[in-house]
Design a protein around this ligand. Sequence first.
Ligand SMILES: NC(=O)c1ccc[n+]([C@@H]2O[C@H](COP(=O)([O-])OP(=O)(O)OC[C@H]3O[C@@H](n4cnc5c(N)ncnc54)[C@H](OP(=O)(O)O)[C@@H]3O)[C@@H](O)[C@H]2O)c1
Length: 301
Amino acid sequence: MSRVYVFHEYGGPETEALIERPVPEPGPGDLLVEVRAAGVNPVDWKIREGRLGRHNEPPVPMGREVAGVVTALGTGVEDHEVGDEVLGMVAPGQGGFADHTLLRAADAVAKPEEISFAMAATIPVSGTTAYDLTHAIELEAGQAMLVLGAGGGVGHLVAEIGRVHQFTVIGIASQDKRELVESTGATFVAAGDGAAAAVRELAPDGVDLIVDIVGGQALRDVAPLATSPDRIVSAADGATAIELGGSGRTNDPESMEKITGVIGYQVITPRITGEFPLDRAREALALVEEGHAAGKTVIVP
Ligand SMILES: NC(=O)c1ccc[n+]([C@@H]2O[C@H](COP(=O)([O-])OP(=O)(O)OC[C@H]3O[C@@H](n4cnc5c(N)ncnc54)[C@H](OP(=O)(O)O)[C@@H]3O)[C@@H](O)[C@H]2O)c1
């Protein structure tokens, strides 16, 4: 048997539970993976609330991104072997907060030896999102990038990528995330009413890219700082970004390979701020659902 964290009804967290089930059987093209770490993301509770549709019959397994060790192969898998260390998005209908899960072999990437399973588990969702956002509009070294939500799971990686590209990075986050934001090399600006004016002082001619991971009014407040409205890109609130003249995230299918390589070279470091065992998955999810997470929270079965 194998444990998996599920929800029994679309809605609030009350029906989340850790249950036992047989170890999943890999179908054609699948990898069976012993999970070593799984990243927790806002999308986990958004799925549970039904905000992305009600596609699966409960109990619905939770958790989208994992890193682990391959323990069995489905038919037709040629590029992976039992014992490989991999990372990836879990296969449709599967959950990552589990002892075992299935990945589509075609979507799984080798875990770099140099990084931990916990770090690797932050790549499939947060890492790829940060990569896509920072490459939506190509900036040159020295140009200014504003990160709205720079202290969160995606935001701190956006700031790190900006540093590697030698952009001038300004990160807006709440006061308690100052140290984390500054550790990425970004200039910290406190979130709130004075944020836009503070950024204007730092970048009087405006910023060449706004990467938004918050949305709503906070995005509207800083939008006029962009040198041009099409230099706004948002993962959190594509609708508002488009209304303002910008865009939502565009998924590049090669992002996972690319950001895995960069993190493998250890020029970018995912900050793991909370590690929870599987039997405390509820706490890990609640922490992220509160919306004030710093860096990444992972579940380590
Ligand atoms: N489209 C996609 O493919 C995609 C992929 C990944 C994530 N997302 C979305 O992007 C959003 C963020 O994801 P995440 O994983 O980074 O979440 P997270 O780890 O929970 O981080 C969110 C961060 O936003 C900060 N924040 C909230 N209000 C703020 C404000 N007014 N100014 C500055 N910072 C503020 C929070 O901290 P404080 O409140 O303490 O400041 C927190 O650090 C979510 O809505 C998620 O669903 C979308």
